[in-house]
Design a binder for this molecule. Structure first.
Ligand SMILES: CC(C)(COP(=O)(O)OP(=O)(O)OC[C@H]1O[C@@H](n2cnc3c(N)ncnc32)[C@H](O)[C@@H]1OP(=O)(O)O)[C@@H](O)C(=O)NCCC(=O)NCCS
Length: 212
């Protein structure tokens, strides 16, 4: 088990007012394991019946642990992370290595943010110190990406439903602002623009290489 306390939250916005503060207990982040099956199976992040929220919730509840421990995907370095306050599961985030292939065949190493979700009661909320739960989750997952050895490429991307405005706003706060080609008409693929590859995927629409 390990704890991240990275307060250098590049995308963090001003702190919340008192009415949105949830707890005085400190948060901690750790890697999910088989013993967390019951915890993740009870995770609820869908605040309504919108497809994309339900899909995220289903993925976390039913697939997250298998996704992270699939031996066939070990070379992708999949990481499933849990954000906790005491024994309460506040949020879930997961990432893995991925390769984007541009239309011209140029391959670009990247990290795919597989999921980032807060439990429904924590959405839009802050910790007692004033940090948004969403900022803590994003900052922690990006810190985890930065600390992987061998180092990951600095590009991080995510696939998000075009109407998932809260998720798109959160990702934009952390620099995932450039659009690549869509994997589906309703889903955007947004990527960081911090360091560009030799060929610009925004000009040369990319597609994600199949996982295997
Ligand atoms: C995505 C998620 C982690 C964001 O966390 P959050 O606590 O809800 O969001 P934040 O408080 O950070 O707010 C995000 C932004 O959306 C805005 N927002 C809030 N509700 C909104 C709405 N209904 N429509 C448009 N924007 C909205 C906020 O004002 C904020 O804008 P800002 O960045 O300009 O300040 C959370 O909503 C969630 O877990 N959703 C369900 C799972 C999911 O869809 N995950 C993403 C795909 S994997």
């Amino acid at each position: 088990m390990w704890i991240v306390r990275d307060r250098a939250m590049s995308g963090a916005r001003p702190r919340c007012g008192g009415d949105r503060r949830m707890t005085d207990v400190e948060w901690r982040l750790r890697v999910a394991g088989a013993a967390d099956a019951d915890l993740v199976a009870a995770f609820r992040c869908a605040s309504d019946d919108r497809t994309w929220q339900v899909q995220v919730e289903r993925f976390v509840r039913s697939n997250l642990l298998d996704w992270a421990s699939d031996p066939r995907a070990a070379s992708d370095d999949p990481r499933a992370l849990l954000l906790l306050v005491a024994d309460e599961l506040v949020g879930v985030a997961a990432h893995e290595k991925a390769v984007l292939t541009a239309a011209g065949g140029c391959r670009v190493s990247a990290t795919k943010l597989q999921v980032a979700a807060l439990a429904e009661p924590w959405q839009g909320k802050c910790f007692a110190a004033g940090d948004r739960a969403s900022d803590v989750l994003m900052s922690a997952v990006l810190t985890d990406v930065r600390h992987r050895r061998p180092p990951r490429h600095s590009h991080v991307f995510a696939v998000v439903h075009e109407e998932n405005h809260r998720s798109l706003a959160l990702l934009a706060r952390y620099g995932l602002t450039e659009d690549l080609s869509r994997p589906h008409p309703r889903y955007r693929r947004v990527i960081t623009s911090a360091r560009r590859p030799e060929r610009d995927p925004a000009r040369d629409p990319a597609r994600e290489a199949p996982r295997r």
